[in-house]
Design a protein. Sequence first.
Lengths: 342, 342
Amino acid sequence: MPVGTNATVKSMSPDEMKGLGAEILLSNTYHLYLRPGHEIIRQVGGLHRFMKWNGPLLTDSGGFQVFSLSPLRKISDGGVTFRSHLDGSTHFLTPELVMEIQGALGSDIAMVFDECTPYPATREYALNSLRLTTDWAGRCLKARKDQGRTQALFGIVQGGMYRDLRRQSAEELIEMDFDGYAIGGLSVGEPKGLMHETVNYTVPLLPEDKPRYLMGVGDLMDVLEAVAAGVDMFDCVMPTRNARNGTLFTGRGRISIKREEFRSDPAPLDPDCGCYTCRNFSRAYLRHLFMSREILSMRLNTLHNLHFYLEFFRKMRRAIEQGRFSSFRKAQTPVLRNNFNE
Amino acid sequence: MPVGTNATVKSMSPDEMKGLGAEILLSNTYHLYLRPGHEIIRQVGGLHRFMKWNGPLLTDSGGFQVFSLSPLRKISDGGVTFRSHLDGSTHFLTPELVMEIQGALGSDIAMVFDECTPYPATREYALNSLRLTTDWAGRCLKARKDQGRTQALFGIVQGGMYRDLRRQSAEELIEMDFDGYAIGGLSVGEPKGLMHETVNYTVPLLPEDKPRYLMGVGDLMDVLEAVAAGVDMFDCVMPTRNARNGTLFTGRGRISIKREEFRSDPAPLDPDCGCYTCRNFSRAYLRHLFMSREILSMRLNTLHNLHFYLEFFRKMRRAIEQGRFSSFRKAQTPVLRNNFNE
């Protein structure tokens, strides 16, 4: 899922997202609650209409943003008090309010309000965070019913890096019967090996017949690992944020477009790529736009990186359908290594 | 002519410019000389190919930018020494170099290197500036021949606000036989009335069978006046720059999209407008994008303002062709007043 934080995938129009073959977008409850406010989006007919996207939308619950963006976060059993990163104003989010907001937005898939365990965290912290997340997940389910919503609702497995806590979290959530299950609290600073271990351990705990979603992971090496483990869904700002910083993913490895060597290079960014950017523009032009801080630079770069990602996912799905995922994995590994190794 | 300073109409793709019906773009010699450098654009096949625009291009000569952007400007008979507004480096532009640069860019219409008279200016200053401009115009003509170019070349009438100097400038340039004639040195801070007077006086001095181009004027009230006087061509950053600042031109007057009143307004920006922005998005969404400083805000706003301008010019041309310009002028005046009055 490409990320459309403020009801827009940064620099892209909804028509372009459709043209790229994006099938579902993610948007951020935390951001839209603060600006423009969910009541406004409700008034103008919901998020799909607001941003003119008629495909599916998933909204996250704000739990991760409260954790990563707010300069203050005070957690109680009732909910979380936090400060807006925009104007410093104080807010109190509860599972019920988060469901109300996601209902007003009218996303197709809502996420439960969770408490994202930092890394590292003591067992005691992780256990308390898990206890809260389970409790809030129940309140979200109840709120969906009380509010008369029909949105799909996904639970989020927490438990930090503790296997038994991951298991406990998964079991408690499965008991409540969600429409899908996410793995939260990863890609928060832990070593890669530990992330893979946790994914490999957690995925088999989740029902095979419901979507399994690894939140916030977008390094395609990690994605490949996670898909091998059975993960079905991902979201990440990596393609879009990197694009705006001039970092581009190609079939021949990662390129920093600002490099001197591209100054008068007439070749396309990636000669094997069929995206609008590669079909029309030279590296020299893309470098010039980037150096001149032109808006078109962000557009063309974003378009290319999203094409790279979405093509990768399309190819991977086809490989899975045709029963040749492991040869796909083997063939893609060197390409991904050239793009995603630090 | 929409302005594509750095080889891009800010925020727009060339396909979108084509879709808007733009027939010719202007690009800035001064900017492209400094970055990426005309030699690089020559190496990758010229400006059309570089920016992927296959319609006509006009390049200005840099005379105005040296005057308006450089922190230092030292004029001699040979040329102008100036400092780059990008890195403070010192450069020396001559008529010959300016023709070399425009030749490397490969624009369809080149402009002579002129010395833009400031406002106010003494008669003595204006006369010297005129003398230089005429001299440099001759050197540009000669350089075009010596360099074996086939670009169209336009002369630029200077003379400040002095009628006899405007006449002298026009006569000297006509004698040299350019492909078109521009009126320079206007919209540099003089009162509107004085600009109109100077245009009204100068246009009839220029040949009717060659294009007459009023440089840098884009307030459509002024444009209407100038067209009545016989001007054929214009360029201005007004539609694009205003768009990025959230100022939008509509059939019902100018709108500042950040205004509180649009917070939950589901209506399109201009209900009578057929552009992509107005066909798809609400004022509430446009306000939200602007307040969130989203790139899509600049895109959608620019698209709308350019559509407004290009539609206006299309309608005006049709009115002229059908011999009903004065009724067009009368009918448009109240709309323009609501958009362009301070």
